[in-house]
Design a protein. Structure first.
Length: 209
């Protein structure tokens, strides 16, 4: 996104140097035992391997994969209206009793995926509403990434990165299941959009005859 926004003002030499430095920093962090990154990657690979081979849901990644599978099965049965919070819990427990889901997922109130959670609990309309919460602001900010005013462009970059990061986080967690997730997104969205619009008005005033 940063390259998309500022690529024309960055020379190829600086770009190559930046890519080389980033790759070097990442490699150094992975090779340094104190960071724990290598161990986390190895643990993740091990968790996924155990789930694929034995459907082991007793690990962090394995539990998420099992919850996603259960949510997809529920969606396939009732895709349009959703089940609601209570209906999701009841369906999860029933699948566990029938042996269709591993008992490791029973304590969790959501499937640890923002989009599956919206779909399984609130149906297609709930999923579309969630996507609109991300994509409408993303579209509004994205249209300003080519602005000649670098201050305005920087605000547009910040505005684009906000929904993009939450879309990313939402792949393994339900951000809007907690007040903190809602507040962070809503408040920062209001702050960045308000600042951007104020700067646009200032530019319009300066350009007026």
């Amino acid at each position: 996104m940063l390259y998309r926004s500022y690529g024309e003002v960055i020379s190829r030499r600086v770009l190559r140097l930046g890519v080389f430095m980033c790759a070097g920093v990442i490699a150094l962090m992975v090779m340094t035992p104190a960071t724990g990154i290598k161990q986390r990657v190895e643990a993740g690979v091990s968790d996924v391997t155990k789930y694929v081979e034995d459907r082991n849901a007793g690990t962090s990644a394995g539990a998420r994969l099992e919850m996603w599978r259960g949510a997809l099965l529920m969606i396939a049965e009732q895709p349009w209206l959703g089940r609601g919070e209570k209906g999701y819990a009841e369906a999860r427990d029933a699948m566990i009793e029938r042996g269709e889901l591993n008992r490791h997922v029973q304590p969790y109130e959501h499937p640890h995926n923002e989009f599956l959670d919206a779909w399984v609990k609130r149906g297609v309309l709930g999923l579309l509403a969630l996507l609109a919460l991300y994509l409408v602001p993303l579209r509004l900010f994205y249209r300003r990434l080519d602005s000649d005013d670098l201050t305005l462009r920087s605000l547009a970059v910040a505005g684009v990165l906000l929904p993009l990061t939450l879309l990313d986080f939402g792949m393994t967690w339900v951000m809007f299941s907690q007040a903190s997730g809602v507040m962070v997104y809503a408040f920062w969205l209001a702050i960045v959009w308000g600042t951007l619009r104020a700067h646009e008005r200032r530019l319009e005033t300066q350009q007026a005859p």
